[in-house]
Unconditional design. Structure first.
Length: 177
């Protein structure tokens, strides 16, 4: 479900597509996810969140600075956009825009994703010498900037917005507050 959500969005994915892609039976799906598509989509977002956070933690152990982590994340988004011909990129962004108001389970999963990303980014910035308040502000700014760039990349079918963020990120990080 995670890859289908990533490529098509919640509304465009049907249970039959999920069953076909996974090879699961409908009985098995509804046994594990009695809430159907909503519960399955929330679980897919939770899975994606865990995977993404694991990658972020690995990067932060491997790389020396917050700026290096940010650049690597942006590069991964660029690669994902280009390799999918702008079909993927911003999986959680898509779910957020599509239906967090109408599907409470998805709203909770999406909120958890952004909270975990924010907390990770804030702590990484603090470890890199930022004040707690500065890290709080910059963490939200980074997330909003990347999420906005992902939308622009899809709209323009170009990764230029992400490239520009990567290019200016060092200047942005040099102004601690």
């Amino acid at each position: 479900m995670s890859s289908l959500l990533h490529e098509k969005g919640y509304r465009s994915v049907g249970i039959n597509q999920v069953l076909k892609k996974s090879g699961a039976t409908s009985g098995s799906l509804y046994y594990h996810f009695p809430g159907g598509k909503q519960e399955l989509a929330a679980a897919a977002i939770d899975f994606f969140t865990d995977e993404f956070m694991s990658n972020l933690h690995s990067l932060s152990r491997e790389l020396d600075s917050a700026i290096d982590v940010l650049r690597r994340v942006i590069d991964a988004f660029i690669d994902d956009m280009e390799s999918s011909q702008y079909q993927r990129g911003g999986a959680v962004t898509n779910a957020t825009i599509e239906l967090t108001r109408q599907v409470p389970l998805l709203q909770k999963a999406v909120s958890n994703y952004y909270t975990r990303i924010h907390d990770f980014t804030k702590e990484l910035l603090i470890k890199n010498g930022w004040t707690k308040r500065g890290a709080e502000i910059v963490s939200y700014t980074i997330i909003a900037t990347i999420e906005g760039a992902l939308i622009l990349c899809k709209a323009h079918r170009s990764t230029e917005p992400l490239h520009l963020i990567a290019e200016k990120s060092e200047q942005f990080f040099s102004e601690r507050f």
